[in-house]
Design a protein around this ligand. Sequence first.
Ligand code: 76R
Length: 230
Amino acid sequence: MTEAFTSEVGWGVLHLFCKLRADTDGEAVIMAVKAAAEGQQVVPFSVFGHKADMGVMAVGADWIRLRALQAALQAARLEVVDSYVSMTEVSEYSQGMPAEHLDARLHPVLPPTGKRAICFYPMSKRRGEQDNWYALGYEARKALMMDHGKSGRTFAGRIVQLITGSTGLDDYEWGVTLFGVGLDDLKDCVYTMRFDEASTRYAEFGAFYAGIVGDIEEVAAQVGLQVADA
Ligand code: 76R
């Protein structure tokens, strides 16, 4: 066994977006996800549209195990067509919030029950000539994020959001993973937040993925993974 590779604060988060190939071994995919789900959290989901067939969001303390999941899916001949590397974190604007709230950000329990719709997209805060988030003082940024939190809380019960930090780890600064009761909840939430000044003026987004969360057998059936009859 390779020695674990952990971070002092926060868990690793690996989103893998995969396409099926003609020779993908469905059973090996299922086994890879089940093996990874021992001791870390793995959320499989089917993906709509041409960008990918299925996705896996894996969250855990040991980066070696996250990487091993990627290797096992590739060994099962799934093609990883996109990915995102980030970490759980407590926002610098959340300091002073109750300890349980902060711990839920660092150590989330996934997937949230009753929320089968998922979307993922990466985002950064703009560093333009006019609107540069990083040139604002802390108090100004905090006020904008408090407004953002207020509009976000109107989606309590419909949306669970997980914002994971990726500055220096991937192309954008955060990964945004939203779980919703339905896809309409995700759409409403993201649309509403476009009007938060923090997003209107300062947000930049990457590619969006949307799908349905399920256990790996359900997802395998939805995306048409070939599993030999038992
Ligand atoms: O931790 C907290 O819940 C406190 C309030 C809060 C913070 C600090 C909060 C609440 N967010 C915070 C930080 Mn958020 N969030 C996004 C997006 O699509 C867009 O326009 C932006 C993508 C959505 C949809 C969303 C939803 N949030 C952040 C940060 C980090 C900023 C930093 O640290 O600099 C980003 C990038 C970001 C982006 N946010 C909420 C939501 C929702 C629904 C809430 C309320 C959640 C709840 O109370 O459970």
